[in-house]
Structure formats: C-alpha cells, structure tokens
Design a protein around this ligand. Structure first.
Ligand SMILES: C[S@@+](CC[C@H](N)C(=O)[O-])C[C@H]1O[C@@H](n2cnc3c(N)ncnc32)[C@H](O)[C@@H]1O
Length: 199
C-alpha cells in the first residue's frame, strides 16, 4: 500500500485570491467542472461569482456540494454541459490530468508550478499549440499549506505558481500575461480582488 502522498492525493488548498485573480481575466459559458475539488477552495469562489460548478474528487472530503469517489482519470465524458475544467490538480499527475482533460472539454485551466513550462517529457502539452495563455503572478501567492498542516503558517509561497489555459481551438503561440492577486486600488480597482496593504 502506497502512502497517501505517494498516491498523489495530497490536498493543498488554493488560496481564494488566486481564483479571484483568474476571474478577473477569464469568463465562462455554462457549467464549470472542478474534477479535483478537495475542500472546494476553487469551486466556492467560482460559485460566489455566480457560476454553476460541478465538483468531484477521488476522495470524499464531506463537502456538501461535491461528489467524492470520482477518479477523474477514469472518466470517459464530462458532466452534462460542462465544456470548461478549472482546477489545481495533484501535481504528481499534472501531465495525465492535462492530457485527459483535453479529451473531455474544450478549455482546461489548471493552477500549476511556473516551472511546469520546463521539461522535455510534455512537449505535446506545451508545444502542441493548444496552450493559449499562461497567467504568471507578479506578486507571490500566499502559501498553499497541506491539508492538516499544524505547523507555522507561512504567508508567501516558496514556489511560483501560474494559471495555465489550454484551449482546443487555439492554434499558435502561447500568450504570457502578468497578473496580480492583489488589486492596486489607487490605480485600477478590480472588483474581484482585494486591495493590497498600504506600503
Ligand atoms: C492539490 S489538491 C487541490 C484541491 C482543490 N482543487 C484546491 O484547489 O483546493 C489535489 C486534489 O486532487 C485530488 N485527486 C488526486 N487524484 C485524483 C484523481 N485521480 N481524480 C480526482 N481527484 C484526484 C486529491 O484528493 C486532492 O483533493
């Protein structure tokens, strides 16, 4: 029996400002599928913004609006009407999640390490022409703590993260955009984001 971590089930919750920053850039038609929902950190923010979200996860975390026991990699079709996937997938299986997601829906948006752009084993995913946009945070996101972590809470993540957007209809180069998870309220208030602390 592999440990929980070895099976890639580690639950690292996405900080709400990361999803709000995505919402300031992307809009969605129809239901969104969050297939690795964890404790609904992403789907909660999407629902607050008025979107209909179908949330599933391999593990049943007892979330009221999510269905557990659903292995994403074993699904052969998306939930009815869902053409968009938004998630922070298990990092260990990120390649499998991207490849599989693109067989099920037309737009796939995953929060991944920025270093995901490196590597030679995923050229089909990165160089195939369907990676439409990468949103890089110009300010480092708050730390993603592992579920159940009782140690000190670190404010700033050690790891740069980015939203990667694949679009089955996209052909051509990938656009890189720098975004912030804090609004500069003096310059350009963005309703989805909170204001940065004054210096
Ligand atoms: C990094 S956590 C992210 C959770 C949530 N998306 C968030 O952003 O807070 C990854 C999640 O993937 C789930 N998971 C791992 N393997 C899976 C699979 N094959 N199918 C569905 N979910 C899976 C884990 O249970 C965990 O909840």
């Amino acid at each position: 029996m592999h440990s929980h971590a070895d099976r890639g089930l580690d639950l690292y919750e996405t900080p709400a400002p990361a999803t709000r920053a995505l919402l300031a850039e992307e809009t969605f038609d129809g239901p969104i599928w969050e297939p690795a929902d964890g404790r609904s950190a992403i789907s909660r923010v999407l629902r607050e913004a008025g979107y209909h979200v179908i949330a599933t996860d391999l593990v049943d975390y007892g979330m009221p609006n999510a269905l557990g026991g659903v292995d994403f990699l074993a699904q052969t079709f998306a939930p009815e009407g869902a053409k968009i996937i938004v998630s922070n997938p298990p990092f260990m299986y990120a390649d499998e999640f991207v490849r599989h997601a693109l067989t099920l829906v037309s737009r796939v948006i995953f929060l991944l390490r920025l270093a995901y752009v490196e590597g030679t084993g995923r050229a089909d995913i990165l160089d195939g022409g369907q990676l439409a946009r990468v949103y890089v945070f110009r300010n480092r996101l708050p730390m993603l703590h592992r579920d159940g972590w009782t140690g000190p809470r670190t404010n700033s993540s050690m790891m740069p993260l980015a939203w990667f957007v694949w679009d089955r209809h996209h052909r051509g180069p990938t656009e890189l955009r720098r975004i912030s998870w804090e609004a500069d309220c003096d310059e350009a208030p963005i309703p989805q984001l909170g204001c940065a602390d004054p210096p």
